[in-house]
Write a protein of this length. Sequence first.
Length: 435
Amino acid sequence: MHGEDYVLVPPYTADQLDATGGVVFVGYGIVSKELQRDDLAGLDLKGKVVIMLGGQPPSNVDAAAWRRASNPQAMTMNLFGRGAVAMIIANAGTPAQPYSTIANYLSRRRVSLASAPTPPFPTPPVLLVSNPAMEKVFAGSGANFAETMKKAANGTMVSRDLGKTATLALRIKREEATSSNVIGVFEGSDPKLKEEAVIYTAHYDAYGIDGNGTIFPGAADNALGTATISAIAEAVVKSYPKPAQRPRRSIIFLAVTGEEYGLFGAEHWVRNPTWPLAKVAADINFDGIGTEVYGPVKRVVGFGAEHSDLGSVFEDVTIATGNIVTPDPVPEENAFVRSDHYAFVKRGVPALMLMGGPAGDDSTWVPRMKKWLETDYHSPNDTVKPDWDWTGPRTLAQVGLIIGLRVANAEAMPAWRSTSPFNRARGTVGAPRRN
């Protein structure tokens, strides 16, 4: 059954994919002189459906060498370059992200930009298969899957032809739909500086309703962020009823779509800007997992603060409002590159993403955050909870509002720090520099 037993790995390069061939098990599929290992030795892969194990054996293996040998490009070339017609990855997942979690994501609708280039040719199908399903595949082959995995983990070479034939018949349903960014502009008061703008962003999409009718509310991620920039917009409009009293620079409020599928709304806007990127002073982004509702906000994280002058403004405002500047509590999540502000950063626009947390050290709120990532993140459980403290989002909105107003009224736009790998002119494109 799709989802429970197997899922198809994107990209989907054709609406119809059919493959039939003998089944060959190739262990971890590693071919590496560095590791003195060849899992494909003696195997004929031409016209075959190949099954391989994900991950790496827990035995004494050089982790760096294994990563080099098991990178997806090398594995694909090794297998499909030898004529395999399909690849099945077993033992897919980790204790932190088991097969069920991965399958849940990959079973949902997939979204791509209509403007994305069409692949020049269809690629062979790649499937992830659950371990219980693999036991069915191995049945009658002379060994069960669990025993085979144990042998592979201990370093035993387990590659062999299973003496079976597999047929894959995959059908992809494609539809085209329109999803819009929503934008509002509050024109500045300075005759010249109003041509420049501060942008507030938040994505309004979640995962919607899946094919089974399951609703993904997205309350923390990211209805809270969308509500925050809406509240800031309301405060700005009500605070400056007379055009002459407005901030010097213009302020843009941009609610973007498609963040969950790859920052699509933000990426589209920076590639097709309705305001010149060279005149975008900064982006201030709100996107999180609801840490601001754990209690009254006293700690504020500014993702990206170290890269530009925005960091100084962020620190000044955070302290002036009675809050504490807090480093990224979970750097392993690499949050800086995972939300809409990063689309601006890549185009040379200094940016911040703000996250709030309650008073006390990290031990008072990081465990709750990590638990939320396990139980609610991108799931139907992301709903408004009875214990949410609504003073927290208000505080975070106030911090963001003041940062934006300071940038809007400053003589010069924020500048990149010379040490930042993103230090480039606004509107230009390039990979991060290595310092």
